[in-house]
Design a protein around this ligand. Structure first.
Ligand SMILES: Cc1cc2nc3c(=O)[nH]c(=O)nc-3n(C[C@H](O)[C@H](O)[C@H](O)COP(=O)(O)OP(=O)(O)OC[C@H]3O[C@@H](n4cnc5c(N)ncnc54)[C@H](O)[C@@H]3O)c2cc1C
Length: 422
């Protein structure tokens, strides 16, 4: 692994055979998450492919020239030409391996794979999930000097990272951007000394044996496991929905609303998320039409009162989406009027879906703890599940209110219970 500057680019990259370049920045959590993976890849593939790092802030002109606009970004070169697609952000090991393998012959790849060593590491506690629940458990366990690892297929923060503004988390006079809250919590957890394994692929989880395999090769054995894997937004399974996911249909206003400046948007749903996100979308869009199956919104009254003051938003009550089509740049949502069964066509520039969530239990292997009828894990007051030494916290458990404060409370309870037991 070598660090270079713009001045070395011609010699090291363009004249350099097969090369992968990491444009990194400081104070960049995804860059920190990538660094150990990039080092491990360099050790494995280093004889065939050159691994280089460039500090993006110090080499801005070159970065701009190469179209690098975020950190970290990996670029791949062969004989002076850029090849393959670039990858950036929370880069997984499997995404790098996939591209490196394409740069080599089958025999070379087979030889490299034969050299890969499996590792086993042992911890007192493994936390699955780095949202507010998992991070809080990590903070308490780290401060109690309990050997802990926090594992997440994404970057830490969970839903906080994609929430525009959080106004109800105590301790902040003014609303906080969700990503900042995620950053503060994750840095606080890191400073306690716990290990972070983030942006990894979760290969398997065995809750009975307390073994988690990540990136296919690394086995993590723990005395106790805390499940904090949260939820995933529900989809409608209406025809066209999966075809236009990310191409006209979005599930994240924080991520995508900015692309709808002065455009018209359709929002599906009428609960808290839908109402709050519709409000947020009007910062950009000129008009938002909400489609809601009931005759009243089901959000809290304060959110409804705010929504009713917003002239950009109108609600089609007692309507349900049945099908999505794209005509040119326009999304067409076919909605059924539930009173008359009439099918109407609603044209907009984009559709946002906020219709509830399902728990992320599918990734937890074959032996699952007891759950309620909706797939949320049942726990006792110490956050213990029906499987010995397995705890569950946050949105994934059966409970009435799913908020950052309640997730944080669950994480606290599980961690203090564990600290007393270990
Ligand atoms: C759009 C939106 C806005 C919200 N606004 C607010 C608000 O303003 N105030 C408030 O209090 N609450 C708000 N909430 C609710 C709040 O964000 C959640 O209640 C809270 O984040 C739950 O925390 P959690 O740690 O249980 O789960 P999450 O935040 O969902 O985090 C779960 C983590 O687990 C990871 N994970 C998933 N699968 C696996 C796996 N197999 N192995 C390991 N890790 C895995 C995920 O990548 C994620 O990082 C909002 C929610 C949404 C969706």
């Amino acid at each position: 692994m070598k660090e270079i500057n713009a001045a070395d680019f011609q010699q090291e990259v363009l004249n350099g055979g097969k090369v992968v370049v990491d444009f990194y920045s400081t104070e960049c959590p995804p860059c920190e998450a990538l660094a150990p993976k990039f080092d491990a890849m360099a050790e494995l593939y280093g004889e065939k492919i050159k691994f280089l790092k460039i500090f993006r802030q110090g080499n801005r002109e070159l970065a701009t020239e190469l179209g690098v606009s975020s950190s970290p970004t990996l670029l791949f070169f062969e004989n002076g030409k850029q090849i393959l697609d670039t990858i950036s952000g929370g880069i997984k090991k499997s995404e790098i391996v996939e591209r490196l393998d394409k740069m080599l012959s089958t025999n070379e790849v087979t030889a490299i794979k034969a050299n890969q060593k499996k590792t086993v590491s042992e911890y007192d506690v493994a936390i699955l999930g780095g949202g507010p629940a998992g991070l809080t458990a990590g903070i308490y366990l780290g401060q109690a000097k309990i050997k802990t690892v926090l594992i997440d297929p994404a970057l830490p923060g969970g839903y906080m990272g994609i929430t525009h503004q959080v106004s109800n988390y105590p301790g902040f006079e003014k609303p906080q951007p969700g990503f900042m809250l995620a950053h503060f919590m994750s840095e606080q957890a890191k400073h306690t000394g716990i290990d972070f394994k983030v942006a990894v692929d979760i290969t398997s989880v065995d809750l009975l044996k307390k073994e988690i395999v990540i990136d296919e090769l690394e086995t993590i054995k723990a005395k106790k496991i805390i499940i904090a894997t949260g939820t995933t937004p529900n989809t409608m399974n209406a025809p066209g929905e999966s075809d236009f996911k990310g191409k006209g249909i979005s599930y994240c206003a924080t991520c995508d609303a900015k692309y709808f400046v002065d455009k018209e948007v359709t929002v599906i749903g009428g609960g808290n998320s839908a109402v709050e996100e519709a409000q947020f979308i009007t910062k950009f869009a000129s008009k938002v039409t909400m489609i809601h199956q009931f005759d009243k919104l089901t959000a809290n009254q304060t959110a409804i009162d705010e929504l009713q003051k917003n002239e950009k938003i109108s609600v089609m009550y007692e309507h349900e989406p049945r099908k999505f089509e794209k005509h040119g740049d326009k999304m067409i949502t076919f909605v059924e009027d539930l009173k008359t069964n009439e099918l109407k066509e609603l044209e907009s520039d984009g559709v946002f879906v906020f219709i509830g969530f399902k728990s992320n239990v599918a990734v937890l292997g074959k032996n699952l703890p007891e759950m309620n009828n909706w797939g949320y894990i049942l726990t006792d007051e110490d956050m213990k599940t029906s499987i010995p030494e397995v705890f569950a916290i946050g949105d994934i458990i059966s409970k009435k209110y799913r908020q950052i404060t309640t997730a944080v409370a669950d994480g606290t309870i599980a961690a203090i219970t564990i600290s007393k037991e270990i």
